[in-house]
Design a protein around this ligand. Sequence first.
Ligand code: 3PG
Length: 394
Amino acid sequence: KKSVDDINVKGKRVLVRCDFNVPLIDGKITDENRLVAALPTIKKLIADGGKVILCSHLGKPKGEPKPELSLAPVAVRLSELLGQEVKFAADPEVVGPNAKAAVEAMNDGDVILLENTRYRAEETKNVDEFSEELASLCDVFVNDAFGTAHRAHCSNVGVTKYVDTAVVGYLMQKEIDFLGNAVEHPERPFVAILGGAKVSSKISVIERLLDKVDTLIIGGGMAYTFAKAQGGKIGISLCEDDYMEYALNMLKKAEEKGVKLLLPVDNRIGDKFSNDANIQVVKTGEIPDGWEGMDIGPETEKLFSEAVKGAKTVVWNGPMGCFEMSNFAHGTEAMAKALAETDAVTIIGGGDSAAAVNQLGYGDKMTHISTGGGASLEFLEGKELPGVAAANDK
Ligand code: 3PG
């Protein structure tokens, strides 16, 4: 893919699609990884003398200007991170008179941020008119929004129809390189760890990974569907009854393909879905009525950590338990620690696993933490992402 290294932006207006869809509580950004990850591209374009016009969506305002979903706080924080003013083009029409005037007034090396692209209903419908409006602001388009790459919206896909130059930024490049290489050319042994609540949302990724990995570890909520399918008692744990047969088929497939598939052997269970639940550790398949599996147990932590030890490549998507509750974060933390201690290339994909690793303080110990939730999952499934495809080297 052509990137920001292949173009000359001196004096040009550069529209950069970022993914600044960050969690906000009372106007405060609670996880700024996506902002930090966007800095290299922005700095490069500033250094090259471009007029840098940033844009992004935030949340789901459904085509209506909602003050609590304004990108204004992002402009403030970005200014601090960059050490340079990022002027906020407060314009409820996104590309309205305020935005146009702000772009008009830019000098080389200036940075502005447009308002939430989803204030416009056209954005998520990929309507040409809004794509054209966005394109009219710029000479060059840069897509650095990996987290949004699984969407085909005006600001990441439609806009490329109306610009002469559309390239990817450093973050997009890095995500594609790390996630792509890990799966296509892994150094072996290659271990994948899947967690999260649902088997149904991980089917495609399981199928693909079974053709690639040496070991597949399955933990988190989805493991209870496997446990029940194997005849175990799971109390009131999460379960997708419709996927039990699928789970059994997966086990068979793994065996046929010579993939070692590891499931939890014990679980931390609670008598209510709360951090102050009473807690017991029981063997998998022996959860009493009224109790719920909320984390993998200590034996499983050992088993899974051991499996990661000799790995050369590890891809992890989905937490091992309810890591938001400290009493049920042990399993997820044990895996983060195991990954931190290997020499393997460690790739963390998925919103929750990335959040968990960062929250637990292991962020800087990983080779790569993806900024994509849905996007990284779809990428790992082997799908072509529309946002990536649209930055078509023009
Ligand atoms: C994400 O956080 O996964 C992306 O920013 C995409 O957001 P969306 O799911 O609202 O399209």
